[in-house]
Design a protein around this ligand. Structure first.
Ligand SMILES: Nc1ncnc2c1ncn2[C@@H]1O[C@H](COP(=O)(O)OP(=O)(O)OP(=O)(O)O)[C@@H](O)[C@H]1O
Ligand SMILES: [Mg+2]
Length: 470
């Protein structure tokens, strides 16, 4: 046997000393960082206290400000009744307009590991130094082509997350800023940390979700979306990577980078460049600039399909391909099934199947999901209705028969747990498409879909038996 000579990789005393020194330096750095954050916090609190005392000193003993801007015209000392004018002078209504405060520094957090590092986005797991609480820090996205200011999408993301309070919507704890506040990219959202996103779970799980689990997830998704729509918020980028799941089986809707408030009726000119291609509703692909909550319901339909098969449902390579896949699965539209669709900008020059081909051009959802119950197919068919008016609202979805039938939705607490990828070092590079960036919408132009159903009949009948279309 070879002599037991010391390997050249073995640790020497020098190595050990170096490691100890590095450890000491790291600890010292950490201590300094915590000390700095503490001092900043103290200064901030002192400043706030100073402002508060200044404000109370300005007020009189009766709580009213001593100096007040007079808004009414100068009145004479007495009025007609001889009473002192000050007794009848119109009172100023005072509203609490909230206040602006300085954001805390990102130095109050210690980064633990990256969760996601994409072309523009960055999300990391971090620990708040003062409390030890774990959060997800998300850097606010900026438009790389336009660095002139905070993009409206970022402002909306902050505003909407601050306004939302629902168990199925991710919570924003605070907005923090980096040292150099002149750098626009130094703005971070500190979000409640959620262990998984549905996309990562679906990619890694050996078996698909059980029907009872799919129901629980869909109910939570519909409940969150119903809350958003009730509060006039369109999410506009629902997809499995934007749905988080914690270890207690609770689903949280995240990523409000595309979301916005809308009124009723919605504004006449909304951008069509919303929703990641595979989850984008046909009216958007056909160029509608007036759309509503139904675009989110279409995305929920796509998510439903994905939960059942673990594969995104409609993986188009571009807008035209996506439309082709939609028509292939959901049937082609006509004036009966979708009144007025021909008036949409990109629909005018479409060539669709006619004659015998058009008759076989109905929905193929039943065939694609042979194991789904009739109630399940009816819900999926409804969510993936080409005509947005025919899709159920989130509230209607919550009341759907599918959720009342056996197997019943599984209790959240009984949900299986999964190893958390977000809790470890992770740099993902997905091949799936991203949410669209600002810019011009794709022109679809004159596309010929008239042959897309040729051969479908043969496919469905197969070798000597026919699938029953119920
Ligand atoms: N609160 C959170 N807790 C844990 N992980 C999170 C949280 N928020 C986001 N993530 C993870 O980071 C990923 C990206 O987050 P998000 O979608 O908000 O950012 P994004 O930059 O808009 O990303 P993308 O462009 O890929 O949609 C999510 O898919 C999820 O895996
Ligand atoms: Mg996202």
């Amino acid at each position: 046997m070879a002599s037991k000579g010391k390997s050249r990789w073995a640790e020497t005393e020098e190595d050990a000393e170096l490691a100890a020194r590095q450890k000491r330096e790291k600890e010292e750095k950490k201590r300094m960082k915590a000390e700095k954050a503490r001092r900043q916090q103290e200064a901030l609190e002192a400043q706030k206290a100073k402002e508060a005392t200044a404000a109370t000193q300005e007020d009189g003993d009766d709580g009213r400000p001593v100096k007040r801007r007079r808004l009414s015209p100068e009145a004479s000392a007495t009025n007609g009744t001889g009473e002192a004018a000050s007794n009848t002078a119109p009172k100023l209504l005072r509203f609490n307009g909230g206040g602006f405060g300085k954001c805390r520094s990102v130095e109050n957090y210690d980064k633990l590991n990256d969760i996601e590092e994409g072309a523009y986005g960055w999300v990391a797991r971090a620990k708040e130094l003062a409390t030890g609480k774990i959060v997800a820090l998300k850097r606010l996205k900026i438009d790389p082509k336009d660095r002139s200011g905070l993009p409206v999408t970022g402002l909306r993301e902050i505003q909407i997350l601050r306004d939302c309070d629902h168990r199925n919507v991710v919570k924003l704890k605070e907005v923090v800023v980096g040292e150099d506040t002149r750098k626009i990219e130094n703005i971070f959202l500190a979000l409640e940390f959620v262990e998984h996103d549905l996309k990562s779970i679906l990619e890694d799980m050996p078996e698909p979700f059980l029907a009872s689990e799919v129901k629980t997830l869909l109910l939570q998704l519909a409940s969150g979306v119903s809350y958003l729509h009730d509060h006039w918020i369109l999410h506009r980028d629902l997809k499995t990577s934007n749905l988080l799941l914690n270890n207690r089986g609770q689903l949280k809707i995240a990523d409000f980078g595309m979301a916005r408030y809308v009124g009723d009726p919605p504004p006449p000119k909304l951008t069509q460049l919303v929703v990641t291609l595979w989850y984008r509703a046909p009216e958007l692909l056909l160029g509608a600039s007036r759309y509503g909550a139904a675009i989110d319901m279409w995305s929920i339909g796509c998510i439903f399909g994905e939960l059942l098969t673990r594969e995104p449902l409609l993986q188009g390579k571009n807008e035209v391909d996506e439309l082709g896949l939609i028509f292939d699965l959901c049937g082609v539209p006509n004036e009966d099934s979708w009144p007025g669709f021909r008036r949409l900008p990109n629909a005018r020059s479409l060539r669709l199947p006619s004659g015998k081909d058009a008759r076989t051009a109905g929905s193929a959802i039943r065939v694609r999901f042979p194991l789904l119950t009739t109630a399940g197919v009816s819900l999926l068919n409804g969510l993936l209705a080409l005509d947005p008016e025919k899709r159920p609202t989130a509230k209607e979805m919550l009341a759907h028969e599918y959720f009342r039938q056996d197997p019943k939705p599984k209790q959240e607490a009984m949900f299986p747990t999964f190893p958390s990828k977000a809790g470890q070092e992770r740099r993902r590079r997905r091949e799936t498409p991203n949410a669209p960036m600002r810019g011009g919408a794709a022109e679809i132009g004159a596309v010929d879909f008239s042959g897309i159903f040729t051969g479908r009949e043969r496919e469905e009948k197969g070798g000597g038996f026919a699938l029953r279309m119920v």
